[in-house]
Design a protein around this ligand. Structure first.
Ligand code: IVH
Length: 674
């Protein structure tokens, strides 16, 4: 090749590779295979090693391989990176809006609302479209120059996708680590016996501030742009459209941004983000509300620390530290022993937490959690709060290691360790295998009576506890043998309530096969699997007689579940209980014609909001899927029905705005029956 040709080819390759990097890392939508990409990259690397004088700093090959730094040089920000004022609740948000209304003398203020990333603030400097420097926020005036490390992030363009780029562009944004990458990183670190990162933000910060940039390169960090230092660089007077411009330059921006006019729309957006927060692949800790019009922003200006035109609405924190007072062991429905942390009550994610799961013995050992420790607690949405780990620096030396009991704390029988089928080793779970352990019996009955199972109204935990303690019932079949004189004598019962309970017990005798299978509490068989079994086999007898080989042909039923089902129906105690239930005239309804209505909801999309009275969300979802429909987690114009239970959330308003048809639970039940 003559010089002109390979110079041209070099440019061409860099452009093609930049484009594919953008598709892959920014749009998450590659249009060539990894193999094809590797070939292009290889060709570029070969050409560059033949002609090292032609390597440019913005070449895609220059993302890795810099020499480890000994320390990070300071980076002085030309225009300082201010911090944000916080609004800790809606009242403070409203007060902010009132101030803005007063200052601008207008009621109709438009805000650009964006999720507040929980990561690490970064500034990137582009000269004539080429990345020349990048650094952390530091104290807002001086940060650390981590250019080499930032260059390894594929979501940071080394060169802007713009033919006529601004002479100087300072882009601001956040470095984050996706939750999935964080989990994976901590899994790897566990395997290597290394210390764990407490949350994705710490992991992102730790990964970026590595002196060896190849470590940063291996850590899947992502950069999202959320602003520029001066709008004059892009000549756009709206924050919202500046974000679009940044997108065109090749940056990742958050698609959840929204223009909201007036306080009400802002509050709706805050509620919306709060409701989808747990489902996002990255962590956010609030919503940033910025006056959209840049001229209005300038009118308001800044105070010492923070601008007046923006506020960060902060979600209640999902982590907190508190004292671990004790560790208690709970026995679950299937006999599993779960260590539970007893905590000094602390507010996490807006609710007071006094208990948190420690999962199992191995987790306690791995995290080295000791009684008396100050511990970090984490709560995500509806998930049970968990202990992340001890704050080792706060130890006094009086903390005590926790020995897992060798006997069931409820019945005193010896406990056994499960065998992990997949790993062919002893598993991490201890179990009480005493079939008459009162804890197991009580929870088994509570499960049998629960809403998705036999739905026995009025048979709650307190009553079950009394019945088991007084020896009135020893298994689920005994419920059907209860007599009026026995029930009326229980604490809290009178004539009317006793006959009400007996009535609902009698009514529960007519039950669909799927509910009955679920009610039996076969380990690993939840409602959806119970329904799949009912649909596939059609009757209780057929399920009881099914063999391992039949079972694993059912979609979603793997070896472990199949084994569990076979095991359950070959256990003599279980068979006796089922026989006794039959003798009590339990009337199990087989699915009429499993396929009859299987397509009645085909192509239809449902979404649910609020609490349903006759079933749980899982059961409602199963019903829709049974008939070939789909359930969406959020409202969009594509929805066919929004089913509204009591206390509906913001989905209700969203559906109304979009003109989606809104139905109540009764109408939903009619649809599934008709
Ligand atoms: S705008 C002057 N937008 O929040 C306004 N900040 O204390 C500049 N943050 O660590 C900030 N998401 O990095 C803005 N969409 C967003 C943001 C955001 C996260 C961070 C920022 C800084 C903190 C502000």
């Amino acid at each position: 090749m003559i010089k002109k040709d390979y110079t041209k080819r070099l440019e061409e390759l860099r452009e093609i590779i930049d484009y594919h990097n953008y598709r892959y890392y920014v749009l998450d939508n590659p249009d060539i295979s990894d193999g094809e990409y590797d070939l292009l990259m290889r060709e570029l690397m070969d050409l560059e090693s033949e002609h090292p004088e032609l390597v440019t700093p913005e070449s895609p090959t220059q993302r890795v391989g810099a020499q480890p730094a000994s320390t990070f040089p300071p980076m002085t920000h030309r225009i300082s990176l201010l911090s944000l004022d916080n609004a800790m609740n809606i009242d403070e948000l409203a007060a902010f809006h009132q101030r803005v209304v007063k200052w601008l003398g207008s009621e109709t203020i438009t805000y650009c609302c964006e999720p507040k990333f929980d990561g690490l603030a970064i500034e990137l400097i582009y000269h004539k479209g080429i990345l020349i420097q990048g650094g952390t926020r530091g104290d807002g005036f001086i940060g650390e120059d981590v250019t080499q490390n930032l260059r390894t992030l594929r979501s940071i363009p080394l060169k802007l996708m713009e033919h006529d780029p601004p002479g100087l562009l300072e882009v601001r944004g956040e470095i984050i680590m996706y939750k999935s990458a964080f989990d994976e990183l901590n899994r790897e670190r566990t395997a290597k016996g290394e210390s764990l990162f407490a949350n994705p933000r710490n992991a992102a910060a730790g990964s970026l501030r590595q002196l060896d940039s190849s470590i940063t390169a291996s850590r899947s960090l992502v950069f999202f742009a959320y602003g520029v230092s001066e709008y004059t660089a892009v000549g756009i007077e709206s924050q919202f459209y500046i974000l679009d411009k940044l997108k065109n330059f090749g940056f990742k921006i958050n698609p959840e941004k929204k223009l909201c006019t007036g306080l009400e729309e802002v509050v709706d957006f805050v509620e919306h983000m709060s409701s989808i927060r747990e489902k996002l692949p990255y962590e956010i800790d609030g919503v940033v509300v910025k006056i959209d019009n840049i001229r209005d922003q300038e009118k308001l200006g800044t105070k010492a620390r923070a601008p007046r035109w923006v506020i960060a609405y902060k979600f209640p924190p999902s982590q907190a530290t508190t004292k671990l007072l004790d560790i208690k062991v709970q026995v679950g429905r299937t006999g599993v022993l779960t260590p539970v942390a007893v905590l000094k009550p602390v507010k996490v994610g807006g609710v007071v937490v006094s208990r948190a799961t420690l999962h199992n013995e191995d987790e306690i050992k791995r995290k080295d959690v000791r009684i008396g420790d100050t511990v970090l607690i984490q709560r995500a949405g509806d998930v049970i709060p968990e202990v992340v780990g001890p704050v080792v620096g706060k130890r006094s030396g009086d903390e005590m290691a926790f020995p897992m009991p060798q006997a069931c704390p409820e019945c005193g029988s010896p406990v056994v360790r499960d065998f992990d089928q997949a790993k062919k080793t002893t598993g991490v779970i201890w179990r009480c295998v005493n079939m008459s352990c009162p804890a197991i019996i009580k929870q088994g009955i509570a499960h049998f009576a629960s809403k998705d199972a036999l739905d026995i109204d009025g048979l709650g935990r307190k009553i079950i506890d009394q019945m088991v303690e007084k020896n009135l019932v020893q298994n689920v079949a005994d419920i059907y043998g209860l007599r009026y004189e026995q029930v009326v004598r229980l604490d809290g019962f009178a004539e009317k309530s006793a006959s009400n309970l007996l009535n609902s017990i009698a009514e529960s005798k007519k039950v669909s096969l799927e509910r009955f299978i679920y009610a039996l509490g076969v380990p690993h068989v939840g409602f959806v699997k119970a329904r799949d079994l009912a649909m596939r086999f059609g009757s209780l007898e057929a399920i009881m007689l099914s063999r391992f080989d039949d079972l694993i042909t059912v979609e979603g039923i793997g070896r472990e579940i199949a084994q569990s089902i076979v095991g359950f129906f070959s256990n003599q105690e279980n068979l006796k209980v089922i026989e006794k239930l039959r003798l009590n005239n339990l009337n199990i309804q087989n699915p009429s014609r499993p396929v009859k209505n299987a397509t009645k909801f085909t192509g239809k999309i449902f979404c649910f909001t609020g609490t349903l009275l006759s079933m749980t969300r899982a059961a409602a979802k199963a019903k829709v899927e049974n008939f070939g429909g789909r359930v969406a987690s959020s409202v969009s114009a594509k929805l066919d029905y929004l089913v509204v239970g009591s206390n509906p959330g913001s989905k209700y308003d969203a559906a109304q705005d979009l003109g989606v048809s809104i139905i109540d639970e009764e109408k939903f039940l009619q649809l599934t029956q008709g």
